[in-house]
Design a protein around this ligand. Structure first.
Ligand code: COA
Length: 704
């Protein structure tokens, strides 16, 4: 199958469309698709209804088969019962149709996997792209193609909407119309037998008619493809996504801390962050932010100024700024002095700038001009509470005039607060490319999305990937040996040796096969010591009395040896014991956890967070998918509360954060090099004061 983005052109921008299953009765879907094409404004002479039992439908000539159509067909919309789909698809292939959109249900979604595989084989054989099956169809407002059973075409615009829920897609046509939001396309994905989100993102990424891509996702099939595609496209245009289904996976035997915390939603979150996709909580936000991003220029910097005629609105916007992490400019004196001219003496030139309820058209216009001209201002939020002093129209005029005079050099996001009178003015501002909302919070949220998009974009463009020296052969040898023995869980010593080979400092361990040997090692290493069982069958040693800390003398070594053997034999009689590990008790540092879990969709996911025995309870962890850049390694740490602890909480000295970053990157290299590794836990990893490094105390590795 030709899978390039260009191969979707006949699907999304077709010149000719056939409807196979163009039913005669008006209530049938096949009939409605033909009606929609006509009513949507697609040229009638380029619509070809196919139905062996009908002569004409809705005034158009009907063909018994696609093979009878006299001209080439770009897109066939298939609306016949599932069992007939392979036959008509075969005919499409013979006709040379480039793309098919299969509305019919009755495939994989109801367990009919074989039938779905069959249609994919046919499409592949003829090099046709296949959208669906089980979709509402596809709407393209650019060429006026309503090849769907949506009630009508959306308004024309430049936001592409890709949805995994057909019904939601249909509903949103009405919703976007009610809110005067235009779309370039609305594509329903259905079962994604061939065309998936990534293919569409790639297409819209290059589509000159689309400025912003919006998604409703329930799940992706190929996580790596999605990640790579999003990374490529977000540097060209924004992608906003609603990801449904936040509930974490529940049914699975989970052996590592990382595995138990790394649910699929964490992986999606990481992918969104690393690829610059903005995750959006609700549908109104999705389109509010998409509109703002589709019309606003880039912020000059991240410092925003709020201009208002009402103190309350200003406070609400300030609170929202904090919530979205937006910094408000500390007003420079010279700028404040210039703006003071446009307000009464009791106005405020602090940020928010309060022009007071006396503010009219001129004060708004002139103060906004000052803010637009000043390069220290990254963007402006203009708030207006409707008063008897002015009309919303005058204020909208003032904003438009200021932007026209100075130039649209930074985002200006407006909120007009009032009754019906503000609605038209809000729309007029939007049609002048100035985003406008009915509340200060929405305006600030939209500004937040603009700032986030451009700063994430910059980060993606400047990412650096680490180069590290590691002992690959040594680690490989240990893994191969374990696999030969059929061991999935590496012994603590083997696990420690692997990460050590990759440059992560580890507490050194000696394996004693007898009590005498344990005493000899103890004397060599020095006290105090930790002694622990070495067994490929025991992952959580504390649970079986397999670890004793604070061993201080020859006598205690002997006793600990016997106690561990006895405890383990009683509590885990089936476990094979390799021996007892004797190790120096590491000086206590600040405890963090580093881990990796292989996600079924996205592959290796790296975790960092607060470590120790309370990992699951605290859930202070953050995730990134592989590959991580150096910047990602910084961010994964900075997102956690553990970071605050490492920075020096309550007068404590700063810890050696660089050594944690280095360990994260080295762990990344381990999992990149060995696809056999399923899970890793390094917990606790003790971090010492700045300049003093850190050390992995306990390492667990599970092979797949
Ligand atoms: N080529 C073209 N048309 C053919 C045909 C062929 N080989 N064989 C039969 N047809 C015609 C039928 O005669 C009929 O037209 P008519 O009513 O004028 O006789 C038309 O195709 C439709 O077939 P019909 O058997 O009446 O099916 P239907 O309209 O009741 O249902 C689907 C067809 C596809 C709509 C239905 O099977 C289905 O899958 N519905 C669910 C769709 C859906 O919800 N999708 C997912 C949304 S999220």
């Amino acid at each position: 199958m030709n899978s390039g983005a260009n191969s979707l052109y006949p699907l999304l921008r077709p010149d000719t469309v056939a409807v196979i299953g163009a039913a005669r009765e008006p209530h049938k879907i096949g009939h409605q698709v033909v009606r929609n094409l006509i009513e949507g404004g697609f040229p009638k002479e380029r619509i070809f209804p196919i139905n062996p039992y009908a002569e004409h439908i809705l005034g158009l000539k009907c063909y018994p088969s696609i093979l009878d159509v006299p001209t080439k067909v770009d897109l066939s919309v298939i609306v016949v019962p599932a069992r007939i789909v392979p036959k008509v698809l075969e005919e499409c292939g013979k006709k040379g149709v480039k793309a098919v959109a299969i509305i019919s249900s009755g495939f994989k979604e109801v367990g009919n996997v074989e039938l779905e595989e069959k249609i994919v084989r046919i499409a592949k054989k003829y090099n046709m792209r296949l959208l669906g099956p089980n979709i509402v169809g596809v709407c393209d407002t650019i060429k006026s193609v309503n090849a769907s059973f949506c009630q009508s075409l959306p308004l024309r615009g430049n936001i592409a909407f890709i949805t995994q829920s057909g019904a939601l897609g249909i509903a949103l046509v009405g919703w976007t119309k009610m809110h005067n939001i235009g779309l370039s396309d609305l594509v329903s994905l259905g079962n994604m037998a061939d065309v998936d989100q990534s293919d569409l993102i790639e297409f819209f990424g290059d589509d000159p008619e689309t400025k912003v891509i919006t998604l409703y996702i329930e799940g992706v099939k190929d996580g790596r493809k999605f990640f790579e595609t999003c990374k490529r496209v977000t540097v060209k245009k924004p992608i906003l996504a609603i990801k449904a289904g936040k509930a974490e996976r529940t049914v699975r035997a989970i052996k590592s801390h990382t595995g138990s915390l790394a649910g699929s939603d964490s992986a999606y979150n990481a992918v969104f962050k690393q690829s610059g996709v903005i995750r959006v909580p609700t549908f109104p936000d999705l389109f509010d932010w998409a509109v703002a991003l589709s019309i606003s220029p880039k912020p000059l910097n991240n410092n925003i100024v709020i201009l208002t005629n009402g103190g309350g609105a200003g406070v609400m916007a300030t609170d929202a700024a904090e919530e979205y992490g937006i910094s408000l400019l500390e007003m420079p004196k010279d700028l404040a002095d210039r703006i003071r001219k446009y307000m009464p003496p009791f106005g405020s030139v602090l940020n928010p700038i309060d022009l007071t309820g006396m503010a009219g058209r001129e004060w708004y216009r002139e103060s906004l001009k000052e803010l637009l001209r000043d390069s220290r201002v990254g963007g402006v939020i203009v708030l207006y509470c409707h008063t008897a002093i002015t009309t919303p129209r005058e204020i909208a005029d003032a904003i438009i005039e200021a932007v026209r005079t100075v130039g649209y050099c930074k985002p200006v996001v407006v909120s007009l607060i009032g009754g019906e009178e503000v609605i038209d003015e809000c729309e007029r501002l939007i049609s002048n490319k100035i985003p406008c909302y009915d509340s200060p919070e929405k305006a600030m949220a939209a500004m937040g999305a603009i700032i986030k998009y451009y700063s994430d974009r910059e980060k993606i463009l400047s990412r650096k990937y680490p180069r590290l020296n590691v002992d690959y052969e040594k680690a490989k040898g240990i893994i191969e040996k374990a696999l030969k023995r059929g061991h999935k869980i590496l012994s603590p010593r083997e696990a420690a040796e692997i990460v050590e080979a990759y440059g992560i400092p580890v507490v050194s361990k000696k394996l004693a096969k007898s009590k005498e040997e344990a005493i000899r090692f103890a004397e060599e290493i020095g006290y105090p010591l930790v002694m622990e069982v070495d067994s490929p069958h025991i992952l959580h040693k504390t649970d079986v009395g397999g670890i004793i800390v604070g061993v201080n003398s020859r006598e205690e070594v002997g006793k600990a040896y016997d106690d561990i053997i006895r405890n383990v034999s009683e509590k885990a009689p089936e476990a094979h014991i390799n021996g007892i590990i004797v190790r120096k008790m590491a000086e206590k540092g600040r405890e963090v956890i580093l881990g990796m879990h292989r996600d079924p969709i996205f592959g290796p996911v790296i975790m960092f967070g607060s470590g120790g025995i309370l990992v699951e309870l605290l859930k202070d962890v953050s995730f990134r998918v592989v590959p991580l850049s150096v910047e990602d390694a910084h961010e994964i740490i900075e997102e956690t509360k553990a970071y605050k602890m490492l920075k020096g909480y309550r007068g404590e000295k700063e810890a050696d954060i660089d050594c944690v970053i280095d360990a994260v990157l080295r762990l990344l290299k381990v999992v990149e090099d060995f696809s056999e590794i399923e899970d890793v836990d390094i917990n606790p990893f003790f971090v010492y004061d700045k300049g003093k490094g850190g050390i992995a105390v306990d390492v667990k590795i599970i092979l797949s």
